[in-house]
Design a protein around this ligand. Structure first.
Ligand code: PMP
Length: 301
């Protein structure tokens, strides 16, 4: 794992190797914590976060769901994100604010702690030469909203994603897709999913169990601004098999075309036109190569 210089931990910058927590922390033991993953991109005006406020708002919504009071305000966390990127001299990086439960005699009496890590690492999925990935619908379902709310972004729930993705990788696929207990398509293991058929773009609703992804919202907005019909509705597996295009979205990977699902070729087996257009627009916006949606870029400096 590549190392940077410093990490923000409980309000101060500490050297990378000294940013440790005690093994008795409930964040480790019970997996109790919340997090975000945010990216910065190089722009003509210097490095900029993409939709920083929206990510931190989601962190605060997650905390609210779990009746947790964040140890730092929204503005403290914004400052911490900027400080840690600057202190590490990073331009394009992944920034992870994590709020986790510390140690104590009882989890409900333990204190919330926070860290912000900035790393120059790339996405989990690297795009193969074919320009798209091969996905498999996992036999593991997405956890239900009444068991572990998928609309919140809590650390422990990623065991569900881990099961699905290890299943897919073990079967030599690139990425797992998950259904909910009703058989509706939810998402990828750490991505949202979209299908395109006859020019109409569709994505599962949050009520199906999808995370309200920031990149998902960005793609819905851009698609509609392009004059495309983009709807949130329940999808079943055959909607994926018979789509003209399927793509995944997420902070770390951006837009990832899917060229087969369960060995059924999607469309003509190449990234489709709408996927390519949205990916190009996204790249232009995050890098500030176009003026539109400047409100989504927050300067690091
Ligand atoms: N769904 C899940 C389950 C995820 O973990 C992620 C990654 N945060 C996403 C979707 C994509 O969300 P975003 O675009 O906000 O990164």
């Amino acid at each position: 794992m590549s190392k940077e210089k410093v990490i923000w931990l409980d309000g101060e910058l500490v050297p990378w190797d000294e940013a440790t927590i005690h093994v008795t922390s409930y964040g480790l033991y019970f997996g109790i914590g919340f997090f975000e993953a945010i990216r910065t991109f190089d722009t003509p005006d210097g490095p900029a976060f993409f939709r920083l406020d929206d990510h931190l708002k989601r962190l605060s919504d997650t905390a609210h769901t779990y009746l947790a009071t964040l140890p730092y305000s929204q503005s403290d966390l914004i400052a911490a994100c900027k400080q840690v990127v600057q202190a590490n001299d990073l331009a394009e990086c992944l920034v992870r604010p994590i709020v986790f439960l510390g140690d104590g005699d009882h989890p409900l009496a333990a204190k919330w702690r926070a860290t912000v890590i900035a790393m120059s690492r790339g996405p989990y999925v690297s795009l193969p030469d074919e320009g798209g990935i091969h996905a498999k619908i996992s036999s593991f379902h997405r956890m239900s909203a009444n068991a572990l709310p998928p609309a919140a972004k809590a650390t422990g729930q990623y065991l569900n994603a881990y099961l699905a993705q290890s299943d897919a990788l073990g079967a030599k696929y690139d990425d797992a897709l998950l259904l909910n207990e009703h058989g509706h398509v939810v998402d990828g293991w750490v991505h949202n999913i979209f299908v395109v058929r006859d020019g109409v773009v569709r994505t599962p609703p949050v009520s199906a169990g999808a995370l309200a992804g920031i990149t998902r919202d960005t793609m819905i907005t851009l698609a509609r601004e392009q004059g495309l019909t983009c709807v949130e509705e329940n999808l079943v597996r055959t909607d994926l098999y018979n789509a003209d295009e399927v793509f995944l979205t997420g902070t770390s990977a951006g837009l990832v075309p899917v060229i087969s699902v369960d060995r059924r070729t999607v469309g003509d087996g190449k990234p489709g036109e709408i996927s390519r257009t949205l990916a190009d627009m996204f790249g232009d916006i995050v890098h500030g190569r176009v003026d539109i949606h400047a409100e989504w870029r927050e300067p690091v400096g």
